[in-house]
Write a protein that binds this ligand. Structure first.
Ligand code: TYM
Length: 329
């Protein structure tokens, strides 16, 4: 069975964008792959985090991973910092990467902007840590949203560079981006991706927003200037984004939705869209509430860390052996 690895940062409460771009794929893939899903708290601390908020958000994310339908008897769910091999291989991948290629990462450039001299070093070396996450599990496939493409290309380059230097240690992973939903945009600015760190909460729907808030955010979402419900991301980015969300939440194709809303106004469209989102979220939020305070969640994370440690340590040993860092006796 081929292996999947993916991670989500507990840097806020995850959004509908994270769900539609990433988690929904995870659920669809769990039966056919050996899956590792990670709460990447070491990535989250590349920018300052309040300790109690980080702890809470990590637990929320763990509960949400399960609430969306991932089955702990099929997949391995764990917290990154509970598997020390990530930081260890992360260091090795940092030594494999070149400064120029790290500085070229668009996410680094975006996140470094406006920080003057105070750019945390972790922001620069974020992608080699991400490479380590993936490579530790001999991963074949990485399901992610569109914004992670560049990091995945770098992961492949670093793995190939390492293999050339030290022998065939790493499996070279492939990326998997969904056809619809790879880049869900902000509800307030369709030129920007929906993000959990957006200072304007109207731009994103959080997976834990209550019903009233979701309805309000959809009602206030930007639309395009004409009155037609038609999919054209270049000319009608706002409605196209809403159509993608609607399609993914309802299971109806974009063509079907265009037909259904011919001659119908934005008001009706938005109120039906809000209902489709609510129907997706209700069962997830209900399962979340059952899981969040349960000790079962801790047991699942303990078992996940145990399994992840055992696989990751084997890869790390191979790496250290190949590099001459393991003592020979
Ligand atoms: P993060 O936490 O920003 O996002 C988690 C996942 O959600 C996807 N995503 C989106 N998809 C569609 N539309 C959006 N608006 C949207 N926003 C986010 C992301 O593409 C991602 O799949 N660097 C990663 C975390 C990470 C990781 C890894 C991922 C660390 N190590 C190893 C894969 C493999 C990140 O910051 O994701």
């Amino acid at each position: 069975m081929a292996t999947i690895f993916s991670g989500i940062q507990p840097s806020g409460i995850i959004t509908l964008g994270n769900y539609l771009g990433a988690m929904k794929q995870f659920v669809e893939l769990q039966d056919d792959y050996n899956c590792y899903f990670c709460i990447v708290n070491q990535h989250a601390i590349t920018v300052p985090q309040d300790p109690s908020t980080l702890r809470e958000n990590s637990r929320r994310l763990a509960a949400l991973y399960l609430a969306v339908g991932l089955d702990p008897s099929k997949i391995t769910l764990f917290i990154q910092s509970e598997v020390p091999a990530h930081a260890k291989l992360g260091w090795i991948m940092m030594c494999t990467a070149y400064l120029g290629e790290l500085e070229r990462m668009t996410q680094f450039k975006d996140k470094a902007q406006g920080r003057g001299e105070a750019i945390p070093g972790g922001l620069l070396v974020y992608p080699p840590l991400m490479a380590a996450d993936i490579l530790l599990y001999n991963t074949n496939l990485v399901p992610v949203g569109d914004d992670q493409k560049q990091h995945l290309e770098l992961t492949r380059d670093l793995a190939e560079r390492f293999n050339k230097r030290y022998g065939e240690v790493f499996t070279i992973p492939e990326i998997r981006v969904p056809k619809v939903g790879a880049r869900i945009m902000s509800l307030q600015d369709p030129g920007k991706k929906m993000s959990k760190s957006d200072p304007n909460p109207g731009g994103f729907i959080s997976m834990l927003d209550d019903e009233k808030t979701i309805v309000q955010k959809v009602k206030r979402a930007q639309t395009d200037s004409d009155n037609q419900i038609h999919y054209n991301p270049e000319e009608k980015p706002a409605i196209s984004n809403l159509l993608s969300i609607y399609s993914l939440c309802s299971g109806k194709s974009i063509d079907e939705l265009e037909q259904q809303y011919q001659g119908v106004g934005y008001g009706q469209f938005k109120s039906d869209l809000a209902e489709a989102i609510l129907q997706t979220m209700r069962p997830i939020q209900q399962r979340f509430n059952e899981l969040y305070h349960s000790s079962a969640l801790d047991d699942i994370l303990d078992q996940g860390a145990e399994k992840a440690n055992s696989v990751a340590n084997q890869t790390l040993q191979k790496v250290e052996q190949a590099m001459g860092m393991a003592r020979s006796r």
